[in-house]
Design a protein around this ligand. Structure first.
Ligand code: ZN
Length: 636
């Protein structure tokens, strides 16, 4: 289906066919959002919804695209009032579908007015999470509207307007009509699908960098931050993002957006995640992301991942996720393609664009292969089951991760698609690669935003067009069957092998420092927060055998107040003698001492070159395009 009615087409229709279309086209729903109280986490919403007299049901969006879950934050909608012709109307929430509101439109009325306040800081994950500070706002329209049932709800026209705090600047892919006063923005008429697909960031400290000046389509890097210093991105980094745009377009060979907008929030106060859209991505990162090189090094692939979704996830979308409105349940089974393949290309593009070094890329793959291979939950559930149950797993706590498994279709997708890539290269004597599938499946012809659904059979057929192979058998074994071990074939075909070292590898050291944890999973069997909180204990590990549990807090190591350095020293010492490592823990009111009989020394995963095979890994992450110059044109 086509999510977006072309704006130019609409204007032309208005001019040329005004007399006939006025009857056929529904009048737009007017949506006015007052964000002047955003600094205190409140948005005020008014809706004017054309409606005929009689029963009317209005829906608050429940299943949110990209979140793959019924995560619409209806609990944060407060102070709901309906009226018609200035007179208040009674309403009732549906007893079974708590996202539906029933009311009766009185005779003589041709519209219903609704108003409510939206609470921005009322908790929840992803876009439901913290989205504003005193100086900035991340706005998602799905949180701020109700819509009636129609044959094609995604096509319902909306006239949106927004009042921001007067001095704030903003960025969004949503085409705007005019700015009629300080912070007062009127947008062009947009369909419900386009509106919800076009979030907005705004704030006091704001900067827009044009990544492809003079070219169509345009690509923008919009940055909003809590302070002016955090906007100081280096020319070298701007060059990497220009390179990313060139690499993504070279990979797919065509695009499906009119312009593309990275909407980057730099704040330690908001939730951190990325959410994809056809023509933009909502990328929320720490405030030092561009000013501290190690911070970006710790999360190099967020923007590449979200941009890849414009092709895989938005343009081509699993049929079960291409729902006709926001109320019908999504079927998440093919997330191993939607998210798994995107995650693979996010990492590959980060390396090709120079956002990540080859050495970090190797270490990252070693770390995710080791972690997936140690998940005991592999013994009872398939990877496909983690995708089917994604809405539950996105909301699951970190504790119990090994036994339960998590949203493993992301990292295990990296390994499986790497293996597919190396297989295609081997089968075709390096004449073809997974990039050929990417072009064939997600590429030409260029278009604006639209959705072309795909099925599992379409994926298999597409791969067979690149190189005939038993792809069904390949995926059956890795995705749908119980697979006790992580799929390491891609690493091995790629000319590398997973090995262990007793020194903390350089990339792990950076990530531990930035994310504030200590990873001892493959020696003692757990990782620790900087406060000593013990995370998921790996079943069968020395810590598990000694009786240590997740949720305990480490107090002392061999009788002395704990530190990461002391604990690592104790593991090293125990490798040379027979004395157990003594750990004192506290769990709520209860103190306990555990003796861990572990003498294997520190263990960390790295990749080692297997010199009997060609190095496909480094071949895969070689850039397809030359590195662009670093002269960025800066506007707004
Ligand atoms: Zn994703």
């Amino acid at each position: 289906m086509d999510l977006r009615r072309g704006t130019i087409g609409l204007l032309l229709a208005g001019i040329v066919f005004a007399a006939t279309t006025a009857l056929a086209e529904p009048a737009p729903i007017k949506l006015s959002v007052d964000a002047t109280d955003a600094p205190r986490n409140l948005l005020h919403v008014q809706l004017h919804i054309p409606a005929a007299p009689g029963n009317l049901t209005l829906y608050y969006p429940k299943w949110i695209p990209g979140e793959h879950s019924p995560s619409g934050p209806v609990n944060n909608l407060t102070g709901l009032v309906f009226s018609a012709n200035g007179k208040p109307l009674d309403w009732q929430r549906d007893a079974e579908d708590m996202y539906a509101f029933h009311l009766v439109v009185p005779d003589g009325a041709d519209a219903v007015d609704a108003s409510f306040d939206f609470l921005l800081d009322a908790g929840g994950g992803y876009s439901e999470g913290v989205s504003a500070t005193a100086r900035l706002l991340d706005l998602n329209w799905n949180q701020l509207l109700l819509y009636p049932k129609t044959d094609q709800p995604l096509d319902l026209p909306f006239d949106a307007s927004l009042q921001l705090p007067a001095v704030w600047k903003w960025g969004s892919a949503l085409p705007y009509q005019s700015e009629t006063g300080p912070g007062k923005i009127t947008f062009q008429t947009a369909s419900l699908g386009t509106l919800i697909d076009s979030p907005l960031i705004a704030g006091k400290y704001f900067r827009t960098i044009e990544l492809t000046p003079g070219h169509t389509p345009a690509h923008y890097l919009h940055l909003v931050a809590d302070s002016a210093e955090d906007l100081e991105i280096t020319p070298e980094d701007i060059g990497h993002f220009k390179h990313l745009v060139a690499e993504a377009n070279a990979l797919f060979g065509a695009h499906h957006y009119r312009d593309y907008h990275f909407l980057v929030t730099l704040s330690d106060q908001v939730s951190h995640f990325g959410l994809e859209h056809h023509e933009s991505s909502d990328d929320r990162l720490g405030e030092e992301y561009f000013t501290d090189g190690d911070a970006r090094r710790g999360f190099p692939d967020l923007l590449p991942h979200e941009m890849t979704h414009s092709w895989n996830g938005k343009y081509r979308r699993p049929a079960g996720l291409a729902t006709p409105d926001y109320q019908q349940p999504m079927h998440d089974e093919l997330l191993w393609v939607y998210e798994g393949l995107t995650d693979y290309y996010g990492k590959v593009l980060a390396a090709r664009a120079g956002l990540q070094t080859n050495a970090d890329f190797h270490e990252l793959f070693a770390s995710l292969a080791a972690s997936l291979d140690h998940r005991s939950g592999r013994q009872w559930r398939s990877l496909a089951d983690t995708a089917v149950a994604a809405p539950l797993l996105y909301a699951a706590p970190g504790e119990g991760l090994s036994r339960r498994r998590g949203v493993d279709f992301y990292p295990e997708g990296d390994l499986i698609w790497l293996e597919a890539d190396t297989l295609i290269r081997q089968q075709t004597q390096d004449k073809k690669s997974l990039d050929d599938f990417a072009k064939l499946f997600f590429g030409a012809p260029n278009s604006g935003p639209k959705i072309v659904p795909y099925t599992y059979d379409d994926v298999v057929q597409g791969l067979n067009q690149v190189v005939p192979y038993d792809w069904k058998g390949f995926f059956q074994k890795r995705i749908y069957d119980i697979a006790e071990h992580a799929p390491l074939g891609g690493i091995e075909n790629g000319g590398w092998r997973l090995v262990w070292t007793n020194e903390v590898p350089p990339y792990q050291e950076i990530r531990e420092a930035k994310r504030k944890y200590t990873d001892l999973n493959y020696s003692l069997g757990f990782s620790l927060t900087s406060e000593g909180g013990i995370g998921d204990v790996l079943p069968g590990s020395p810590a598990d055998q000694a009786g240590i549990n997740q949720g305990m807090k480490l107090v002392a190591v061999n009788g002395r107040a704990w530190s990461a350095k002391l604990l690592r020293g104790a593991i090293d010492t125990a490798a040379t003698n027979k004395a157990p490592i003594s750990l004192l823990t506290v769990d709520r009111d209860y103190y306990q001492t555990f003796a861990i009989n572990y003498h294997g020394g520190e263990k960390y995963p790295i990749l080692e070159r297997a010199t009997n095979k060609p190095d496909l890994l480094d071949e895969i992450i070689k850039p397809l395009t030359p590195e662009p110059g670093t002269n960025a044109s800066v506007s707004k």
